[in-house]
Design a binder for this molecule. Structure first.
Ligand code: HEC
Length: 155
């Protein structure tokens, strides 16, 4: 019978998890471009919520839901605003700032959209997230597991 060394087994598991997180980080910052919208620490964009401590705030189940169904629950303060101007132009983005004269939206590319409040014909909070659906469709199972391991390690 082969000897089962539980100490070695545990060490390998830790090493494997560390590697999975590192691969997940690469997916986050490079392959899947999550970082164009999300920051972790000082790196990344501000279109979506800062994910520096997301692993402590959301259980794995919620993280998966955020990725598979971004529209199911929308993180607070990151609702998508849809504006139609008196010239018939449609704008959409998260609310960056507002004053009595202007509303500034942040669109999906990270650009600011400035709209004068007196030019607003219609404004509504959309039920859709600015985060695209199907981000996981291009990843295989192992990559999804790595990405999740990375997100869960952010505490
Ligand atoms: C085009 C911008 C964009 C991209 C790209 C994007 N996200 Fe998001 N994400 C958002 C926005 C906006 C929200 C907030 C609205 C919502 O909850 O859906 C969000 C929400 C989330 C949440 C939930 C946060 C919370 O506080 O509950 C997680 C987790 C997340 N994104 C992870 C990712 C990962 C991982 C990727 C890459 C695979 C990714 N996002 C790509 C814009 C983006």
């Amino acid at each position: 019978m082969r000897c089962f060394n539980s100490f070695r087994f545990r060490r390998e598991t830790v090493v494997e998890l560390t590697r999975a997180r590192a691969r997940g980080r690469t997916l986050f910052f490079r392959t899947s471009t999550c970082s164009t919208c999300h920051a972790v620490g000082k790196e990344g964009g501000t279109i979506g919520p800062d994910l520096t401590t997301i692993g402590a705030i959301r259980p794995g189940r919620d993280l998966i839901e955020s990725l598979v169904l971004p529209n199911a629950t929308i993180a607070q303060q990151f609702e998508t605003y849809a504006i139609i101007t008196d010239e018939g132009k449609a704008h959409q983005g998260t609310l960056a700032r507002r004053s009595t004269e202007t509303i500034v939206l942040c669109d999906a590319s990270g650009a600011e959209l400035r709209v004068r409040t007196d030019a607003i014909e219609q404004m509504a909070v959309s039920q859709r997230s600015l985060m695209p659906d199907g981000l996981l469709a291009v990843l295989d199972r192992a990559e999804i597991r790595d990405l999740l391991a990375y997100l869960q390690s952010l505490r």
